[in-house]
Design a protein around this ligand. Structure first.
Ligand SMILES: [Zn+2]
Length: 334
């Protein structure tokens, strides 16, 4: 079934052209990330040997908030619409994602949707078939291809475009970025009484180093936690995790709109999923979409008996999930 999905993607992309225009190295980005990693690693060393305990706790707090903004926010909410959030939570997510310092939500979502749309093909910006180093690092140092517009029109961004917080963040991104970088450094110097050097290296560089790599990992995680060649189950047959919902990541690329997909290797468990569950209990989100095992079994039966194609079956599973999510919202409101 994985092959069928990839074949579908390939077939649809072949309509325009087979190859993406060459992407060139952005040397300013290379320099920036070399400095970030050099200062960031020094910051991590200082974190372990020189920082005050309050600085350590503040560092963990900031990294956690940024990670939530990236994973539960940019990924589950904005890229895949796995649930609907109140304006207060969307504002929080925008600010939290800003602190990660990895570009605007709009850009992050656009490239992630490109990644899903052209998964495993030449047009996949984080193509896992080129190896972990390409997927995790190199792909983030390349310019957009000159022919981007010819196939970017397949990426529907209207839902993200309509979000006022995303629009504001995109419009004034560099102001948001600088504030997200410098305000925490100022707070560390002024209120935690930490030294200038520790504050800049730990709360400035090391923090951005970690959040940048978390952001990159969302697109390269398949190579860490996904199925590998020679794994117990054949890589061209994902019906196993379709039913058991194990072997996440391969499952995520088939059903990306399931809110229980954790970014890093688990399904329905993990810290970020716990955070999403808390948001639901607090009434901050509703209409959470998930694929039920019954629907998946039913779809597999229909595919096996040739009543349906894979794409038709996936559309039916999604329709049932949306209906169930909407019903849950109505129950919740009563
Ligand atoms: Zn995704």
């Amino acid at each position: 079934m994985t092959e069928t999905k990839e074949e579908n993607n390939c077939n649809s992309t072949n309509k325009s052209s087979n190859e993406m225009e060459k992407r060139s190295i952005k040397w300013t980005a290379v320099l920036f990330y070399i400095y970030l990693h050099a200062f960031g690693l020094a910051g991590l060393y200082f974190l372990f040997v020189k920082a005050k305990w309050l600085t350590v706790f503040y560092f963990i707090f900031l990294v956690t908030i940024s990670s939530i903004g990236l994973t539960a926010g940019a990924h589950r909410l904005y890229a895949h619409n796995t649930f609907v959030a109140t304006w207060q939570l969307r504002l929080f997510i925008m600010l939290a994602q800003t602190k990660a310092g990895v570009g605007s939500i709009y850009d992050w979502v656009f490239w992630h949707r490109m990644h899903h749309r052209y998964y495993g093909t030449e047009k996949d910006p984080y193509n896992h078939k080129k190896g972990f180093f390409y997927s995790h690092v190199i792909s983030n140092l390349l310019s957009a291809p000159s022919d981007l517009e010819t196939y970017a029109k397949d990426i529907d961004m209207r839902d993200v475009d309509m979000d006022g917080y995303v629009w504001t963040q995109r419009k004034f991104y560099w102001i948001f970025f600088l504030l997200g970088l410098l305000v925490p450094v100022y707070v560390t110097i002024e209120y935690l009484d930490e030294s200038y050097i520790n504050s800049f290296l730990i709360i400035g560089a090391a923090r951005l180093l970690i959040t940048t790599n978390i952001s990159w990992l969302v697109n390269s995680a398949l190579l860490v936690w996904g199925l590998k060649k020679g794994d117990k189950f054949p890589v061209d047959d994902n019906s196993v995790f379709f039913l058991s919902k194990s072997y996440w990541l391969n499952y995520h690329y088939v059903i990306p709109w399931d809110w229980k997909n954790d970014e890093f290797g688990t399904y329905e468990t993990g810290f970020i999923t716990f955070v999403v569950k808390m948001w639901r209990e607090l009434g901050l989100i509703n209409q959470l979409k998930t694929a039920t095992s019954d629907d998946v079994r039913e779809a597999l039966y229909k595919i096996a008996t040739s009543k349906m194609t894979l794409n038709e079956a996936l559309a039916e599973i999604k329709e049932n999930a949306e209906e169930a999510a909407y019903k849950e919202k109505l129950i919740y409101r009563h």
